[in-house]
Design a binder for this molecule. Sequence first.
Ligand code: HSE
Length: 304
Amino acid sequence: MKMVQVMAPATSANLGPGFDFLGLALDLYDTVTFTPATDWRVTAEGYGAAELTGRADLLVCQALKRVFQEVGQPLNGGIVHLDNRIPEAGGLGTSAAAIVGGLAAANHYLGDPLTKDDLLALAVELEGHPDNVAPAIFGGLVGVVQEAVTNENTPYLSMGIPFPAELQVVIAVPELRVVTAQARQILPQQVSLEQAVFNLARTGLLVGACYAQRLDLFRTAMEDALHQNQRAVLIPGFHQVIKTAYQQGAIGAALSGSGPTIIAFTPAANHQAVGEGMVSVFAQQGIKVQWLSVAVNQGGFRFL
Ligand code: HSE
């Protein structure tokens, strides 16, 4: 029987001020292999393999089923293998990669009846917010909004934004576990006009800085008043890690998604110093951490 294999990229959401709007796809992947079957047989390797093996309730299975349901075909189960290379500590879009990997695999198996925009709608339905799933589908830096938030049935509009090619992405992944749902619960439901203006101005500046290749604007453009300070309580050393990234030559640094991963943008010559600098701050807090230098993914998920 036909087998489908899809690589779904890691993603870094928010990038400072673009809360629930901006996301960047990274050249780091979880791979889903899928063949329909009469029941579920799930195996896994890489991050989280022991907890994932044998489970039929995974997001990836829900996503596979959702596409079959959407096109009116039954799916009783599947032989699914997961090869997870995206660190699972949090902040790199592992749930979005599972959802997008499952949706893309099922869609491809069925002959690609759904467009990428259709997949985006299903992915947001499963994920709850759009800023990780959109770049995992389209690749690169993406801004995504729902046409009318008052009507949950309106489509999501996404826009690719040119990310400066000379920038290198450095991520520091501490051995802390931050669950997105909890990291969203600690955020206040009301913000001041001053905070709102702070973020919308910087989000505009960041998008403009990407188009204009104005790297000098990134540091200010990546400041945030809506979520990072509130979430810093979950990440010992957060402010010092950001400060050290800048001292070592980064031009921008922020919490990646809801953390605890931290993302920095740097000219290639500084990437080692930035990575090692961030690691040393976490180490001073007694926290184990790995740092990686990754390229930006272009094109989103891909088939093998
Ligand atoms: N925008 C989401 C949040 C992304 O910050 O909660 C989670 O990765």
